[in-house]
Write a protein that binds this ligand. Structure first.
Ligand SMILES: [Zn+2]
Ligand SMILES: [Zn+2]
Ligand SMILES: [Zn+2]
Length: 162
């Protein structure tokens, strides 16, 4: 059994609509992947994934000397607008580059991943969670979404109450 979307074997696999298998995490983070049944998350529907994703090279595989695997499966790209770094979902998961972001307007969760450079940049900016959230609210158009930082949110609510 191998995942259709990445070269890694560990983790739970579910059936895909083309008779193969895929990780649930790979399915969640590749935007075009759908679940035929959202409750069981099975089967995983791969037919809407653009072919382009299967041609991308995982830069994390390359960085770690797994060149032979870098081109297998499908890649997600850094969610930072304009960044073209591509990587396997599970490679990003192992490197700690995945996150769930709350979309404030629609009360929904967006599954995002960033290249190392943008992830570190984002984390350092969010150490000032309150300022960042305030900025977001003041200029919603300049940020697509906001990251839900419990600390930041609670502090912010306290501030608004007083
Ligand atoms: Zn996978
Ligand atoms: Zn990889
Ligand atoms: Zn990036």
């Amino acid at each position: 059994m191998r995942c259709e979307l990445c070269p890694h074997k560990d983790g739970a696999l579910k059936r895909t609509d083309n008779g193969g298998w895929a990780h649930v995490v790979c399915a969640l983070y590749i935007p075009e992947v759908q679940f035929a049944n959202v409750l069981t998350m099975e089967p995983i529907v791969l037919q809407y994934v653009p072919h382009d994703r299967f041609n991308k090279i995982c830069y994390l595989c390359e960085e770690q000397g797994r060149e032979s695997k870098a081109a297998s499966g499908a890649c997600m790209t850094c969610n930072r607008h304009g960044c073209r770094q591509a990587f396997h979902v599970t490679c990003a998961q192992m490197a700690g580059l995945l996150c769930e972001e709350e979309v404030l307007e629609v009360d929904n969760v967006k599954y995002c991943g960033y290249c190392k450079y943008h992830f570190n940049k984002m984390v350092s900016c969010c150490n000032f969670g309150i300022t960042w959230l305030l900025n977001y609210r003041a200029t919603p158009k300049s940020f697509e979404f906001s990251i839900h930082f419990k600390m930041g949110e609670e502090e912010l609510l306290k501030k608004q109450r007083t």
